[in-house]
Design a binder for this molecule. Structure first.
Ligand code: NAP
Length: 306
């Protein structure tokens, strides 16, 4: 594939930025990739493993002359990062992000971008429970969706970002910010909260570290512990910044849970069987759509995605 951007700056060097750097290299999509991370430790690690072509000491240095700047920091840090890089952006450059929440990120970032800079928000639906500069891998986005939220950006700038994600192996879809946040509250954010809660409940019972529980834990609980190992800062920010949609879905979830609780109490087997039959059909649909690669291959396991 042809080079899409001569110079790309990745701000934040964790799982997503690292995977982007490796996937861009694999696809030959960027001329030069410069990275920046907040801590000297992450910058040193990124240099040591050659994650990017170079690692800058400041955000201003990283974005200077960049054609594409991708913000890969926790959702709650996006606004402050945008404020810091805003004055150093090249006219005509494109700024994008990978935040798991879109409405509040757009509202936090957009005011800091000078006129003549394009803003094309994005969110790859791919991740693992690992974080930091050594956690990325080139295949992370293969066959996973990346949602682009154009918000009125110039078509040519949007198309180039779409091409970038396609070049990194992803399928792309455009959506508006409110719809994105609601869909993700259903498919990712609330399920994460449930996993955190379930592991918390087991911990309250004093059983999580009990070797017997770990040894005999069925797939369900083991999966919950994996999801609940996801980065605390990232997930704190997701809930703080997708508050309304998460609360809406949690409300509906609680109602359903009460209905199932009542069915169990009343011994209503028919209700339980019908419910589980319906949910089983949803699972089959996900596999048919090719969105559970773990079910299709036993290679690198996709983990949590936000
Ligand atoms: P990560 O591995 O934890 O890396 C986060 C990076 O952001 C690190 O380089 C960290 O710097 C930096 N950072 C943290 N707080 C910061 C702050 N206040 N100011 C400036 N930099 C800061 O995270 P990630 O999983 O790549 O996630 C990055 C973004 O992608 C988040 O917005 C997340 O919502 C989104 N996302 C994540 C997933 C997922 O499953 N992980 C999936 C899709 C989208 P240090 O290394 O110096 O601490």
């Amino acid at each position: 594939m042809a080079v899409l951007y001569d110079r790309v700056a990745l701000i934040g060097l964790g799982l997503i930025a690292g995977s982007m750097s490796l996937a861009m290299r694999r696809g030959g999509l960027a001329g030069d990739i410069v990275g920046y991370a907040r801590s000297a430790e992450s910058r040193a690690t990124a240099r040591e493993i050659g994650l990017c072509d170079s690692v800058a000491e400041t955000m201003a240095e990283a974005v200077a002359g960049a054609d594409l700047i991708v913000l890969c920091v926790p959702v709650g840090a996006m606004g402050a990062v945008a404020a810091e890089i805003g004055p150093h952006l090249k006219p005509g450059a494109t700024v994008s992000d990978v935040g798991s929440v879109k409405r509040e990120v757009i509202d936090a970032v957009a005011p800091h971008l000078p006129k003549g800079v394009h803003f094309v928000p994005a969110h790859p639906l791919a991740g693992t429970e690992h974080s930091g500069p050594t956690s990325g891998f080139a295949e992370l986005f293969d066959d996973r969706y990346c949602i682009i939220v154009p918000e009125g950006a110039e078509r040519a700038a949007v198309d180039r970002v779409l091409d970038l994600w396609r070049g990194m192996g992803a399928r792309v879809e455009e959506m508006d910010a409110a719809h994105h946040d609601l869909v993700l509250a259903v498919t990712s954010h609330t399920p994460h909260l449930i996993a955190y809660t379930m592991v918390g409940v087991a911990d309250d019972l004093g059983r999580v570290t009990d070797s017997e529980v770990i040894q005999f834990s069925a797939a369900g609980f083991r999966d919950f512990t994996r999801i609940a190992a996801s980065d605390p800062t990232m997930w704190r920010d997701v809930f703080l910044h997708n508050k309304d949609a998460t609360l809406e879905i949690l409300g509906r979830f609680t109602e359903e849970l009460f209905a199932l609780q009542r069915a169990i109490r009343q011994g209503d087997g028919e209700m339980l069987h019908d419910y589980f039959t319906r949910t089983r059909a949803i699972r089959r649909g996900i596999i048919e759509a090719g969105q559970d690669t773990a079910a299709a291959n036993f290679g690198r396991k996709p983990g949590t995605s936000s």
